[in-house]
Design a protein around this ligand. Structure first.
Ligand SMILES: Nc1ncnc2c1ncn2[C@@H]1O[C@H](COP(=O)(O)OP(=O)(O)OP(=O)(O)O)[C@@H](O)[C@H]1O
Ligand SMILES: [Mg+2]
Length: 216
């Protein structure tokens, strides 16, 4: 059997032509579906740049907003939002994710992954093997990935291997990643293997977010 292989540029053109034929209602439905599949936790589902208050760190807020509005995605560096607990990093990451889905009219699949919770789930799958279960590499199928709370997990050989698989694939496929951490960047980098630090640096620009804990 001969399998036809279409050049990516041709596939993209066909995809864009298909999209151009969608009605505004169909586009809204696609946007809604992408956001439903993104795995956002309930508390963050309403975060947008219009609902968040920029006053604690207007500069970082503007960097994130401009980043989300720029609309050029392939091969573009992501952001790593670092700051003390509760100052709004995850909310900004979710606002970027939402805006990306709107800007791309639902064409981009996006995913929110809380690192400690996601690792715990993966570990559970090892203990009770499930043939249907996804590996950490399934995260790299998305065009934009939010890795939330990196640095909170305990490091072990297995965690290091999982991070290497993930970050290395994201790097080689030039995927876009938004990372949040409540460690200062220097502390985060001390906790990680140099091979991971190198890949993180290639993947993301650092943004230090100022401001008090909004939960208090
Ligand atoms: N810009 C903002 N305007 C209004 N409320 C906000 C803003 N940013 C965050 N909040 C609220 O503050 C709380 C903490 O926000 P968020 O979870 O984004 O902080 P975080 O920096 O990710 O915290 P952690 O470091 O603990 O993960 C949430 O209840 C959120 O709704
Ligand atoms: Mg957070």
């Amino acid at each position: 059997m001969t399998v036809a292989v279409f050049p990516p540029a041709l596939l993209r053109q066909a995809h864009d032509r298909l999209w151009a034929r969608l009605s505004p209602e169909q586009i809204q439905e696609r946007i809604h579906n992408q956001l439903c599949q993104a795995n956002l936790s309930l508390g963050y589902q309403r975060c947008t740049f219009d609902t968040l208050d920029p006053s604690q760190d207007p500069e970082a807020f503007q960097v994130c907003r401009a980043y989300a509005e720029q609309g050029q995605y392939q091969g573009r560096k992501g952001l790593i939002l670092a700051g003390t607990p509760g100052n709004g990093k995850t909310s900004l990451a979710v606002a970027i994710l939402r805006r990306t889905v709107e800007q791309t009219q639902g064409r981009y699949s996006v995913r929110f992954w809380n690192v400690p919770a996601g690792l715990a789930q993966l570990r559970q799958q090892i203990e009770t093997p499930d043939p249907q279960a996804d590996s950490i590499l399934s995260l790299t199928h998305n065009r934009l990935l939010v890795l939330d709370d990196l640095g909170k997990q305990k490091m072990s050989e297995w965690v290091g291997e999982q991070f290497y698989l993930l970050l290395n694939t994201l790097c080689t496929q030039e995927k876009q990643v938004i990372i949040t951490t409540n460690l200062a960047l220097s502390r985060l980098f001390q906790r990680l293997d140099p091979a991971l630090v190198s890949r993180l640096t290639k993947l993301c620009h650092p943004v230090a977010l100022k401001g008090a804990d909004r939960r208090l």
